[in-house]
Design a protein around this ligand. Structure first.
Ligand code: F6P
Length: 540
């Protein structure tokens, strides 16, 4: 039976019919305790979900549905290393990467914690050598530029965290992330850099990804063209991968490879060696604090009752809007310029995980699964797309993420900034009524335009400061929310077969673009390729 046929889902449907018109204004008036009742605090992190269109009854019914889906049991299965990634026959153990070394976790009968600890030790040693200038380029210069070449999970996570934790950087090192196979990305990144001071981290779980390998080969050519010395490769390239043969074949000494394992999904790999650039940027101690933050949230998720469990509550709220209110998207709105890349990172984490349309056992699904994730930091987004969130025809649940302390306490910037963080959820929830506009003497014809319906839901997430620890908590919170939603929707969140077909077709098209072979695609693709070939001939 599909979950949307279950009695628990049907009860939610009935409840939705009862409360879909209820306004947040009325819910707040009726219950002065609403803010504290619908907030959860974990350590220093406050998650206020009172501005959601829910009542006690909603939560009760959502939690019953979670129980029906055996969410607690499924959480335990993930943490214990069961092979829950069914189509790839793999365990899902990114949580082991930040587990305490003294708590064993077993995969195929062997404890994986010593392996994880050994790689972390090597990462620390390497980071210290780069950071203190002991590791030098082929001509004896210390490394100043670190370029991570990777894509998807081998790019978005380390890039996002490196930017987010800029205040903790060793500032004489510069960090760059090259992902796109568009040659522009690599060329523009390298343009002003000195190869003698540049280290490449080739980050690829599989070490076969076309974009990454193409960029890696071009980077190698850049170093060799400059150095005329094949031994320079050992000084300027390290790899992060699960594929030791691939790394060797590329010409990187396995001594310069940092390993991770196939029980770490690409988009969940930022706490593996994929985070090497992060450790280089912030140093081993802050990296340790980052992993501790992840671990603390892992523990919270693993051990806390569903009703008090932050990722679970966020997952259930997402389901409520996605499957009952018909919301198609979910906005991530960090009030921190340092978190500029968080929405993009969460796009992959969420959409590659839960963009599925068959159940675990392969049956087509008749209900909605993963939402479209998007967003921008405040306040920039306010001057771009918030209009639609406030007065458009679409319902867009939002996550507002803010911090009490700024790393850059410049005049009254942070006060103004955070005033917006508080104002936007308030405006979304409560709007502005016709009555209020009349009292303010707004001319009659303008009233429909100036009216804000309100009743637009959001979660406010408030932490003291964007520290490595707090960031770890925040990312793990989202990782686990995504996992929990996969369970509720009965889908497999840890494979990504949907990205394969495009890759295969591109592989077939590559040779066709530089030949005049007969094309056997559909008429549109044939015409487009023919036009491309002709344009290339004319030299434009
Ligand atoms: O886009 C598909 C994907 O497999 C992602 O899941 C992954 O993060 C990315 O490609 C990069 O893969 P790799 O780390 O193997 O180069």
């Amino acid at each position: 039976m599909e979950v949307n046929q279950s009695p628990e889902w049907k009860a939610l449907e009935r409840h939705f019919a009862d409360i879909k018109q209820t306004h947040l204004r009325d819910l707040f008036v009726a219950n002065p305790e609403r803010a504290s009742q619908f907030s959860l605090q974990f350590e220093d992190l406050l998650v206020d979900f009172s501005k959601h269109r829910i009542t006690d009854e909603t939560l009760k019914l959502l939690l019953k549905f979670a129980e029906r889906c055996q969410l607690t049991e499924e959480i335990n299965r993930m943490f214990s290393g069961e092979k829950i990634n069914l189509t790839e026959g793999r365990a899902v153990l990114h949580t082991a990467l930040r587990n305490k070394p003294t708590s064993p976790i077993f995969v195929n009968g062997s404890d994986i914690m010593p392996k994880i600890g050994a790689v972390l030790d090597r990462m620390r040693n390497f980071s210290n050598r780069i950071r203190n200038g002991e590791w030098q380029g082929y001509s004896g210069k210390p490394i100043r530029n670190i370029i991570n070449i990777g894509i998807g999970g081998s790019d978005l996570g380390p890039k996002m965290i490196t930017k987010a934790l800029t205040p903790y950087h060793q500032r004489n090192l510069s960090f760059y992330y090259v992902s796109n196979v568009d040659g522009t990305h690599l060329v523009e990144t390298l343009r002003d850099l000195d190869p003698e001071e540049t280290l490449f981290i080739i980050a690829s779980k599989t070490f076969t990804t076309q974009e990454t390998m193409t960029n890696a080969h071009s980077a190698k050519t850049w170093i060799l063209d400059h150095s005329h010395n094949p031994e320079a490769v050992a000084k300027h390239f390290v790899a992060v991968s699960t594929n030791i043969e691939g790394v060797q074949k590329f010409g990187i000494d396995p001594a310069n490879m940092f390993e991770f394992w196939n029980w770490v999904g690409g988009r969940y790999s930022v706490t593996s060696a994929i985070g090497l650039s992060v450790m280089l940027a912030i140093g081993p101690d802050h990296h340790h604090a980052l992993l501790d933050g992840f671990h603390a949230m892992d523990e919270h998720f693993h051990t806390t009752h569903l009703s008090q469990n932050i990722p679970v509550i966020l997952a259930l709220l997402g389901l409520w809007y996605n499957n009952f209110f018909g919301a198609q998207t979910h906005a991530i709105l960090p009030y921190s310029q340092y978190l500029e890349d968080l929405p993009r990172y969460l796009q992959q984490a969420d959409m590659e995980s839960n963009g599925k349309s068959v159940t675990k056992d392969g049956h087509p699904i008749s209900y909605q699964t993963g939402p479209i994730i998007w967003g921008e930091p405040g306040t920039n987004g306010q001057h771009a797309f918030y209009q639609l969130i406030h007065q458009g025809t679409k319902l867009i649940p939002c996550d507002f993420i803010g911090f009490a302390q700024s790393h850059n306490p410049l005049g009254d910037h942070h006060i103004k900034f955070m005033a917006n963080f508080f104002a936007q959820p308030e405006a979304l929830a409560f709007g502005k009524t016709v009555e209020e506009l009349r009292v303010a003497n707004v001319p009659l014809p303008l009233i429909p335009h100036k009216k804000f319906e309100g009743n637009r839901p959001s979660t406010s997430i408030l932490a003291p400061k964007l520290t490595p620890y707090a960031l770890g908590q925040l990312i793990a919170m989202y990782e686990h929310k995504i996992f929990a939603q996969g369970i509720l929707w009965q889908i497999l969140s840890f494979d990504q077969w949907g990205v394969q077909l495009g890759k295969e077709l591109a592989g077939r098209i590559i040779p066709e673009l530089s030949s005049s072979s007969e094309l056997q695609h559909d008429s549109s693709t044939n015409e487009l390729i023919t036009r491309f070939r002709n344009l290339r001939k004319t030299g434009f």
